[in-house]
Design a protein around this ligand. Structure first.
Ligand code: AMP
Length: 218
């Protein structure tokens, strides 16, 4: 059983690393951004409420997110989950703690992917994703086998509207103002492990697995 939070700036590689973590340990990947994009695609009430916040690079209000993610956590398998993109404010982190404590549960580890803003810019503007299955690629760092096509289903890869440079700049500002304090919160209240997220994707995965294997064996 593992309950993990992956923190880090947008573009730090959270999504890519999460997919590898869930494959290795049999956990559920709970990405608030993916869930919101699905809600938008299905034109639900929540999806429509979230739209304008997402497209401007700001955050969706805490009440909406906390309710959405509590519901998702309830459905996680006994093996556990990895939270990706949530919590993103100190208030969300506190609400998550309260929700888990009320069920006699707790987080095992918070991994904090550390990266410079310039690296984020390069990564995000080159990011492409599959609209069908959600697989993520990069035009130079993580190329699909065939340019512009998803390895899994051959769908035409797209650039997320919020990966455009002006929106990325706004998302970084939001991250520094609202999400960096979440790392400080966990430094005071739990187990946080800083991971250097600048280098080779496989090396970053290896250092994450090294940390998590300790919990998997416990
Ligand atoms: P992501 O794919 O995690 O970068 O999320 C895309 C967008 O969804 C963000 O820029 C926010 O507008 C919104 N979002 C995702 N997760 C959260 C969260 N935990 N709190 C508030 N807004 C969020």
């Amino acid at each position: 059983m593992m309950r993990i939070v992956l923190l880090g700036a947008p573009g730090a590689g959270k999504g890519t690393q999460c997919k590898r973590i869930v494959d290795r340990y049999g956990l559920m990947h709970l990405s608030s951004g993916d869930i919101l994009r699905k809600e938008r695609a299905e034109k639900t009430e929540l999806g429509q409420k979230a739209e304008s916040y997402m497209d401007s690079g700001g955050l969706v209000p805490d009440e909406l997110i906390v309710e959405m993610m509590s519901g998702a956590i309830e459905q996680a398998p006994a093996a556990g989950f990895v939270l990706d993109g949530f919590p993103r404010t100190v208030n969300q982190a506190k609400e998550l703690d309260e929700a888990l404590t009320s069920k006699d549960k707790h987080l095992d580890i918070v991994l904090n992917l550390m990266i410079d803003d310039q690296v984020v810019m390069d990564r995000m503007t080159g990011r492409r994703s599959c609209p069908k299955c959600g697989a993520v690629y990069h035009i130079t760092n993580l190329k699909p086998k065939v340019d512009g096509k998803c390895d899994n289903d051959g769908a035409e890869l797209i650039q997320r509207p919020d990966d455009r440079p002006e929106v990325v700049a706004e998302r970084l500002k939001t991250y520094h103002e609202q999400t960096e304090p979440v790392a400080d919160y966990y430094r005071e209240n739990g187990t946080i492990c800083d991971v250097d997220a600048r280098g080779d994707i496989d090396e970053i995965t290896a250092s994450i697995f090294e940390q998590l294997d300790v919990f998997a064996q416990a």
